[in-house]
Design a protein around this ligand. Structure first.
Ligand code: ADP
Ligand code: ADP
Ligand code: ZN
Ligand code: ZN
Length: 759
């Protein structure tokens, strides 16, 4: 690879013969200072070009430019597999990864607006509480001593933990590690201290105190080999010590879920959620404390700050206002500064990160976006477009991976990857302007020309799933009946309350509702599609049968695994303060297997070849019904392009969601909630997704999707539209009915966009 720094090849980023992942010697010239959209069906190779080739090489070259003593402290980027990547500028990747952080990271801290407010209060608050550390909930000087600056406390809820009507023998303690037969249960039920058959409500006050809070003595406990002396510890003491002391964040997923069932989380009684100590909360400006301001929605805060009559504070408020107006401008005016960043959606995180860069005056950078329209209502896509254009007009190069027709329309230049996914993709099938794309015969060209119409007839509901008086977050006592046995789309502008209603309240009122979301929860990130689908056992058996070897030899988690990388195919190096760096294992070349395992083949393929083949390819290879059935699930959800050995940690949110869906595909009689299942899907893939959702409904399931994609709205049986606006101006059902009724009668944003789209 040649990297001639400083030589400008006519203002283009030049990529020559890129071969990463599925790319087939891709060569491209991307105009600098312009806005280029990368389109193409999912799995065609868009991310492989933009993220794995261009962004990685840019990072690598940037790191090379540092002296070695700094370089040694930076993550090491492997050279992308390409002959030429030239004329790059520094790349800034703005993706949908959660902003991360913990409960101490808020919208206010991540956007640096909270520090500005702290300065405002330390100089102009009355009475003054002192320097600004005093207004920081992350500083011992400022934090509320009761909740240590978290603003809320988690308390054990005895009404939830103890079933007063039951005896110990009947399982009165409702927590897995205290369940009947466990060591802990024996300590209470079989120690002779209490009558195991007496309902708890009939315990004497002394016994009750001993059961819950007793300590400081030993009891006998019968074990398999005799009687043991054990230190006694009351239920509350043990539970608090084991599960609450270290904070819920320190627990594993399963424990956390179990603990959540028996605790009540609420605002801290000392600071009432303000996170700060008394002195800091008592300091006010125009009657507001700093906590009052951070609890306001950004749009309201703008009005309050703009109306402040404190002339000396003008320079400080001006800087906060500029940042707040940028947040509002991108359609996030419904957020509050005290909102914890881990609770933000992927789309919200990405838009907030973008806002951060808009304030910067650096130019000649390359900004790279991953489907920035995610989570945005069609009404607000123009705001995103303005943002992308503003970045370009500041003299930057903007690269966007996107499927949304309305974003595609503003591209100066379009690159379409394809023609198919995985091994059937990896080529550039179109390059040119949007006008040229409209005439192209590629999947994106076709999808730009044809907008699908409404369904001819809508399914009749089989019943209803009522939600009553939902009040979570911004919902205003919402009562709504979701029809069962049909496909329902929940619409509304971002922040109107869609996820709160269907992913938050609905499952609480109907525990049998299954929420299939995009998070990594429930997916072991060490696994691969083959292990997730449980096909490794039958595959190993086939190899063992054909070769006469022990099946363990074909397991990378067992004797067959490469000893160097322990079967992971990669070596991970942890660096203090930085993200860990993964490099391909040199011993096995990434195959995960020791050489002995690769000496044996099944119909000409080694076990590593099998893991390297795509699901669709494996379907042509395997004849075993059990294996094929599982592979077909993956293919049906549109993930046939994934290789059987691709680490699940490399999947995007949308791919993770479809993978989880695959695991559920053959079930019937369930209610499924899907949050924006079209994420990462090309317009032509959306057709396949809809066919899949239709099949699930026809098989006797109820499917409720949160969606902005109007193609999905048109093809659903029922629409529940929330609004009218976001945050406290939303939280109501503004329409419910069939898409046809929405088109005729609806006056909401969704109705207007739907009409405009069909004109
Ligand atoms: P797109 O962005 O167009 O959806 P990608 O560039 O993500 O497509 O993927 C192109 C192909 O490369 C797919 O077959 C995908 O499974 C594969 N691929 C992507 N990332 C990895 C990875 N980290 N390891 C192995 N294969 C990958
Ligand atoms: P949508 O799904 O329509 O984009 P949400 O349900 O995410 O809307 O948000 C509705 C309102 O609830 C917004 O004002 C949002 O800021 C607020 N909200 C959502 N999640 C949380 C949360 N975890 N904590 C506090 N407020 C939240
Ligand atoms: Zn507190
Ligand atoms: Zn190895």
């Amino acid at each position: 690879m040649s990297t001639r720094g400083g030589v400008r090849s006519g203002g283009h980023i030049v990529v020559g013969n890129a071969r990463g992942n599925n790319l087939k010697n891709v060569s491209l010239r991307i105009p600098k200072g312009q806005l280029t959209v990368f389109a193409g069906v999912s799995g065609s190779g868009k991310s492989s070009v933009v993220f794995d080739t261009i962004a990685v090489e840019s990072q690598r070259q940037l790191n090379e430019s540092f002296p070695s003593f700094i370089r040694n402290r930076l993550p090491r980027y492997e050279r992308p597999d390409a002959e030429v990547v030239e004329n790059l500028s520094t790349a800034i990747v703005v993706d949908q990864k959660p902003v991360g952080g913990n409960s101490r990271s808020t919208v206010g801290t991540m956007t640096d607006i909270h520090p500005v407010l702290r300065v405002l209060f330390s100089r102009h608050g009355k009475p003054t509480a002192g320097p600004s550390t005093k207004f920081s909930f992350n500083d011992p000087q400022g934090m509320c001593p009761e909740c240590e600056g978290l603003g809320r406390t988690v308390r054990l809820d005895l009404d939830k933990l103890i079933d007063e009507d039951k005896s110990l023998a009947e399982g009165a303690i409702r927590f897995p590690t205290f369940a009947k037969g466990t060591f802990q249960w024996q300590l209470y039920a079989e120690s002779g201290l209490f009558d195991p058959d007496k309902p708890i409500k009939r315990f004497s006050a002394a016994d009750r105190e001993k059961l819950l809070h007793g300590s400081g003595f030993k009891v006998d406990r019968a074990g398999r080999h005799g009687v043991y002396k054990n230190e006694y510890e009351g239920v509350v003491l043990r539970f608090t010590r084991r599960y609450l002391k270290k904070g819920l964040d320190s627990l594993n997923e399963r424990d956390r879920a179990a603990v959540a069932e028996v605790v009540s989380e609420g605002p801290c009684p000392a600071c009432r959620g303000g996170r700060l100590n008394r002195a800091a909360l008592a300091s006010k400006i125009a009657g507001y404390s700093i906590a009052d301001l951070t609890a306001m929605e950004v749009d309201e805060l703008i009005d309050v700050l703009a109306g402040l009559d404190v002339p000396a504070a003008k320079p400080i408020t001006a800087s906060a206002l500029a940042a707040l107006r940028r947040i509002s401008g991108i359609g996030l005016g419904y957020l509050t500064l005290d909102r914890e960043t881990p609770t933000l959606s992927g789309g919200e995180s990405q838009r907030l990160k973008t806002v951060r860069h808009l304030g910067s005056s650096l130019t000649d950078l390359t900004f790279i976006f991953d489907e920035p329209s995610v989570g945005l209502h069609p009404r607000d896509v123009h705001r995103l477009n303005e943002l992308l254009i503003a970045l370009r007009d500041k003299g930057n190069t903007v690269l966007v991976v996107e499927h949304d027709r309305d974003v595609l329309r503003i591209a100066d230049h379009v690159v379409e990857m394809g023609p198919g996914a995985g091994t059937e993709g990896g080529e550039v099938v179109f390059e040119g302007t949007v006008a040229q794309l409209r005439k192209a015969t590629t999947p994106t060209g076709r999808a730009m020309r044809s907008v699908p119409g409404l369904k001819e007839s809508f399914r009749e509901p089989t019943g209803t799933l009522p939600v009553r008086k939902a009040k979570l977050h911004n919902l205003k006592e919402v009562s709504v009946d979701f029809p069962t046995g049909v496909l329902t789309t929940v619409t509304g502008v971002a922040g109107s309350g869609k996820s709160t209603l269907v992913a938050g309240v609905l499952p609480r009122q109907h525990p049998d509702v299954v929420v299939v979301n995009q998070s990594a929860v429930g997916i072991s990130l060490r696994s691969v599609p083959a292990t997730y689908l449980d096909i490794m056992d039958p595959v190993r058996a086939l190899f063992a049968g054909a070769t006469g070897q022990d099946p363990g030899l074909f397991s990378f988690n067992s004797t067959g695994g490469c000893p160097e990388c322990k079967g992971r195919g990669v070596i991970q190096t942890d660096l203090a303060y930085l993200d860990p760096v993964t490099t391909t294992c040199e011993a096995c070349g990434g195959s995960r297997y020791r050489p002995e395992a690769l000496e044996h083949t099944l119909d000409g393929r080694t076990i590593a070849d099998v893991l390297a083949s795509t699901t669709d390819d494996a379907l042509r290879f395997f004849t075993d019904d059990g294996i094929r059935e599982r592979l077909e699930l993956l293919s049906e959800v549109g993930l046939g392009y994934l290789t059987l050995g691709q680490p699940l940690s490399t999947l995007s949110g949308g791919e993770r969601q479809r993978l989880k869906l695959a695991g559920r595909l053959r079930e019937t009689g369930h209610v499924y909630v899907l949050d924006e299942p079209t994420t990462g899907l090309h317009m032509s893939d959306v057709d396949r997704l809809l066919a899949l959702l239709d099949r699930m409904v026809d098989a006797g399931n109820t499917v409720i999707v949160i969606e902005h994609d109007l193609d999905v709205v048109r093809r659903s049986d029922w629409v529940v539209d929330l609004g009218p606006e976001a945050g406290r101006h939303g939280g109501e059902v503004v329409f419910q009915g069939t898409p046809a009724q929405l088109l005729q009668a609806g006056e909401s944003h969704t109705a207007r966009c739907l009409k405009a789209d069909l004109e």
